[in-house]
Design a protein. Structure first.
Ligand code: PEP
Ligand code: MG
Length: 577
């Protein structure tokens, strides 16, 4: 029996024989062609590109309906890559001017893109390198006239073990055969993880060298809840996991039934669950999972390709978002560039980026860029209800300054006769301790607060949120954090403004009860966690939640609070622990 621990990315338990997917050899030899073969090679290249485009289009159409928008989005992204003029011209130039073989030209151009994307600071973007690999392999296969058969050759139900799965491999898994998967590499935000969750297949990634330890036919348990993979388990272990699998299947059935039920406590208090998104294309899937609107649209992802979008590009994105929300709430956050987001592409590198010129500070340094975005948001506000949210506010002066700029932009639009919502609510993220501590002052100036615990925890506890070496100290249940959250919620009550929370803390079931007990009624979370948060919400009364808060406020240590809260949540959703 071998036990390996990796990163749990999609909960549940799968027990089956392994199918080990051999890695595709992508090593392309350095090959050149004679001058007279160039035209023929270019024609072969164009045919292969066309074939690859047709394949992706077919996959998108075939799988979009079954797998939803998020997955279709991956293929849309692949289609865009296959139309990317600068990439394609580079490949053609390699063939025409350097006389590279088409295979070598394709590989050279893609590899240089992959190196570039890997050097980015943003983890989400860095992980998009698998998409580039995926498209590269597809074009190479089209050039060679081969198709990928390996996955189809699996017979009967199997758990898939692979070094890595490309997004399209993952998306096209035959779920009637493949009931779980484990990969050597990958991270929480990789597409494999996203798609695994969309498919509801238990999955563990980041297992190191599992593929070298498993042979096709071995019996494998994948525990996607705890991140464990067990190869050739003994009888006792097998019995335990069979019971866990049964429990999880019942749990998933329960959750699915909650989809159309309201998020309200057992004693009838309404909780609003909104979703966090990075791209407007995610809105459809978020609403399908039960979101009542969008509580955080992280617009800085418009800068993901390293280019500065113009007003029209901003407007198109916000217009698409407001249309997709169709009258439901939509909170658009202004640019949160810098630190962990898009640093290489637009913001200067700094020694201390989290304490530097990020977010609203950067917006003030680039007023033309900020005003361009404000104009686009305001223009989109004529098409449906939009709230505008300012990130990383630390002083009252920043709020006043931003509001002045908004009113300048409104004046311009009015002069130009362009319609907008002149009563657009302007709120702020409360994600820095100073803002939390002066929440009562800030509440007089803004229409709403959204607590950003990702940064609030990092700044309060002095723990870099992206540094795994201090991850142990990143404690949302630290008494300092709980006190700050309570202070912000109470300031909101006193001044009659809405307080929501959009940090990851609000999507973790461990914190659902105390947050309700603290008075939070609006949660903005990753779409995937909506059913479980709803389940916990519907299982408690406000009185019980308040008692939990009374109890944890007597604890002086985050560890004690954490284990108490885990125990409480475990009683409701044991399948997630
Ligand atoms: C936060 O800081 O909690 C937040 C939601 O913003 P981001 O994660 O985008 O910094
Ligand atoms: Mg933040």
């Amino acid at each position: 029996m071998i036990i390996r621990v990796g990163i749990p990315v999609s909960p549940g338990v799968a027990i089956e024989r392994a199918f080990v997917l051999e890695a595709e050899d992508t090593h392309i030899a350095e090959r050149f062609i004679p001058p007279e073969a160039v035209e023929g090679a270019l024609a072969r290249l164009e045919r292969a590109l066309e074939r690859a485009r047709a394949d992706v289009r077919e996959m998108r159409e075939r799988y979009a309906e079954v797998l939803g928008d998020e997955t279709a989005q991956i293929f849309r992204f692949h289609e865009l890559m296959l139309q990317d003029r600068s990439l394609l011209d580079e490949i053609r130039r390699h063939v025409r001017e350097r006389h590279y073989s088409p295979e070598y030209a394709v590989s050279t151009a893609f590899r240089s893109r992959i190196r570039m994307i890997r050097s980015l600071h943003d983890e989400y973007l860095r992980q998009r390198d698998v998409d580039l690999y995926d498209v590269e392999r597809r074009v190479l296969r089209a050039l060679r006239g081969t198709r990928q058969e390996e996955l189809q050759s699996a017979t009967g139900e199997v758990v898939l073990v692979a070094h890595d799965l490309t997004p399209s491999q993952t998306a096209t898994l035959d779920t009637s055969k493949i009931i779980g998967f484990a990969t050597d590499v990958g991270g929480r935000t990789s597409h494999t993880a996203i798609v695994a969750r969309a498919l509801g297949i238990p999955a563990v990634v980041g297992l190191g060298s599992l593929t070298t330890e498993v042979t096709s036919g071995d019996l494998v348990i994948i525990d996607g809840t705890k991140g464990r993979v067990i190869v050739n388990p003994d009888e006792d272990t097998l019995r335990t996991y069979r019971a866990r699998r049964r429990q999880f299947i019942e749990f998933a059935r329960d959750l699915a039934e909650l989809r159309d039920l309201p998020a309200e406590t057992r004693d009838g208090h309404k909780v609003t669950i909104l979703a966090n998104i990075e791209f407007p294309e995610e809105i459809g899937a978020a609403l399908d999972s039960g979101a009542e609107g969008i509580g955080l649209y992280r617009t800085e992802f418009l800068y993901a390709d390293g280019k500065e979008p113009d007003e029209e590009a901003h407007f198109q994105a916000y217009h698409a978002a407001v249309e997709a929300c169709d009258g439901r709430p939509l909170v658009i956050r202004t640019l949160d560039l810098g630190a962990d987001k898009m640093t290489d592409s637009i913001v200067q590198l700094e020694k201390n980026p989290f304490l530097g010129c990020r977010s609203i500070r950067y917006a003030f340094q680039r007023p033309e860029l900020f005003k361009t975005q404000l104009r686009a948001i305001l223009r989109a506000s004529a098409f449906g209800p939009i709230k505008l949210m300012l990130p990383m506010v630390t002083t009252l002066g920043e709020v006043r300054r931003a509001k002045l700029m908004i009113s300048d932009v409104m004046d311009d639009l009015e002069r130009e006769g362009i319609p907008f919502d002149d009563r657009i609510p302007v709120g702020i993220m409360v994600e820095v301790p100073s803002a939390a501590l002066i929440a009562d002052f800030l509440a007089r100036e803004v229409a709403f607060f959204s607590i950003g615990t990702n940064d609030l925890v990092q700044y309060t506890l002095a723990v870099d949120r992206v540094n795994e070496r201090v991850a142990e100290l990143y404690q949302p249940s630290h008494p300092a954090i709980l006190r700050l959250i309570l202070g912000v919620i109470e300031a909101g009550w006193r001044h009659g403004i809405e307080v929501s929370m959009c940090g990851e803390m609000s999507g973790e079931v461990v914190y659902t009860i105390p947050l309700i007990g603290l008075g939070l009624r609006t949660f903005s979370i990753s779409p995937g966690t909506i059913p479980e948060v709803k389940k916990v919400t519907r299982s408690i009364t406000v009185r019980e939640a308040e008692e939990v808060v009374d109890r944890i406020f007597t604890f002086s240590d985050a560890r004690q609070t954490e284990s108490y809260l885990q125990e409480r949540a475990r009683r409701i959703v044991p399948q997630l622990f």
